[in-house]
Each structure stands twice: as C-alpha cells, then as structure tokens.
Design a protein around this ligand. Structure first.
Ligand SMILES: [Zn+2]
Ligand SMILES: [Zn+2]
Length: 262
C-alpha cells in the first residue's frame, strides 16, 4: 500500500500531532515507509518568527520509536517554503541535514500569506501573481524533488469566489508544468487541497493538461496535520489519476525516485 509522503507532526509550528499516532495507523495498514515533511518557512508574513522544525530532535524521537515498528522504514522529509530573500538559508538547511525527500512549497510572497482569503480579494489579478510566484520558485531554486500543492493559492481563492475558473490561468499552468518536466521534477497532487476544492472536474483538467504536456511524475500526498487526515481520500484520487492515464506514482528514498504501480 502506498505510504503518505506529506504529513506534519508537532515538529511543525502548525501541528500538534504525535509521530506515534501516524505510525500506529501505518503499521495497522501494513505500510512499509514512514516520512513526515515538517515545515521550514523563513519570515512568514503572518507570524513573528520563522518556522523551523527541529530535525535533530525528530531524528532522536524516530530512533526511539523504530524498535516498536520493526516492519517500517523511517525516512526524513522537509517541506521547504520558497523565499527569494532566503535562498542562502534554504540551501544551508539542505546542506546541514540529510533528507530522503525535499518538497518545495510557495506559502507566501513575503507580504501575502496565501493561506488567507485576504490575499485573494482581487481574485484574478492576485491569482496571476500567485502562479507567477510558483513559476519563479521552480525557476530560481532547483534543490528539491517535488513541487507541493501548486494550487494552494487557487484553493484559497476558490473560498473567496467559488466560481473561480482554473482555465483562465492555463497559460501560466502550462509554463509551470513545462518547467517541472524540463527540470525532471515531480508534481504533487495534494489530497487535502483537492478535498477542499472538491471538484473532480477540476482535478481531471489539471491531470489531463499535465499529461498532455508530457508530465508523468506525480505524488499523491495528504498534507495531514492530524492523524485523521492520513492518506486522506487516497483511493478516490488514485482512481482519478489512473483514469487520466498515469501508470505510477513516485516516492522517494535518499532523494532517489521510486515508482508505485497503479
Ligand atoms: Zn504547505
Ligand atoms: Zn504541508
């Protein structure tokens, strides 16, 4: 069974979940790999300090848990927030810690927090700027494996205007997807974002566009911040991904790509 590659625990500023809660579920399901991708975000605009997970403490705790879960291999991940004014910090973080998977995210532009509806009051123009920022991130920074939730901002904008149409941004999506393909990176389908957008036609459109451009590399991850969301709606989204023609999903060990056949 495919393991979830994007969860947060109490090592992330915005989660209180215990590692053990996820491990108990994974173990019950017979899953072989365990990985969280804890947050590192420099100077987030809505908070007074940076979000920096204590990866050393995480490793110590994981080591103490390993004997309780002999059938599970422990892996280490990071969700690194892109900030052009912190490129050195981002690179240093990756130089100083060993990760199995590096997910790149765009959570803010130093002024606007894309989690907040107030960042998308002029939805069309704000979304244009948001997608431009995502393209900038993957053009400026290459030391990552998976682009997380490319549609994080779109999900927020849809809360402001539920009729917001993704097709208006197709030229920008094409640039983002082409850049991912050209640089051999992987697109995350984030099941929490998909469950919030809650529109299967939307997901089918995204998948078809990516596939048509030559994109084959996807991950499916929940972005769970609490154990209830572990592998959120995986069966449903796996079916839609398979129907769109994709033959496998990617997972990562020691930053090497492996395939889970669909
Ligand atoms: Zn994120
Ligand atoms: Zn996340």
């Amino acid at each position: 069974m495919l393991h979830d590659q994007h969860m947060h625990s109490h090592y992330s500023t915005d989660s209180k979940e215990d590692l053990k809660a996820y491990l108990d579920i994974a173990s019950k399901l017979g899953i072989n790999y365990f990985i969280t991708c804890e947050h590192v975000d420099y100077d987030p605009p809505s908070f007074d300090k940076s979000w920096i997970a204590d990866f050393d403490a995480l490793r110590v705790e994981c080591k103490s848990l390993m004997p309780l879960y002999p059938n599970i291999t422990f892996l280490y991940g990071i969700e690194l927030g892109y900030r052009p004014d912190h490129l050195d910090d981002m690179n240093n973080m990756l130089a100083n810690h060993k990760f199995d998977l590096v997910q790149l995210s765009v959570h803010d532009d130093a002024v606007h927090d894309y989690y907040l509806k107030e960042s998308f009051l002029d939805t069309y123009n704000d979304l244009c700027k948001y997608f431009d920022k995502v393209l900038e991130a993957i053009s400026n920074f290459s030391n990552y494996d998976v682009l997380s939730h490319f549609d994080y901002g779109f999900k927020t904008a849809r809360m402001v205007n539920k009729n917001e149409n993704i097709k208006l941004y197709e030229d920008k999506l094409i640039k983002i997807f082409n850049k991912l393909i050209e640089t051999n990176k992987t697109l995350e389908i984030n099941s929490k974002v998909q469950s919030t957008i809650n529109d299967d036609q939307y997901l089918r459109y995204i998948l078809n566009l990516y596939y048509k451009l030559g994109g084959r590399k996807l991950t499916l991850s929940s972005d769970a911040h609490k154990v209830e969301n572990y592998r959120l709606n995986f069966d449903k989204y796996m079916t839609i991904i398979k129907e769109a023609g994709f033959k496998y999903l990617c997972y990562y060990i020691d930053r090497c790509e492996y395939h889970f056949d669909l």
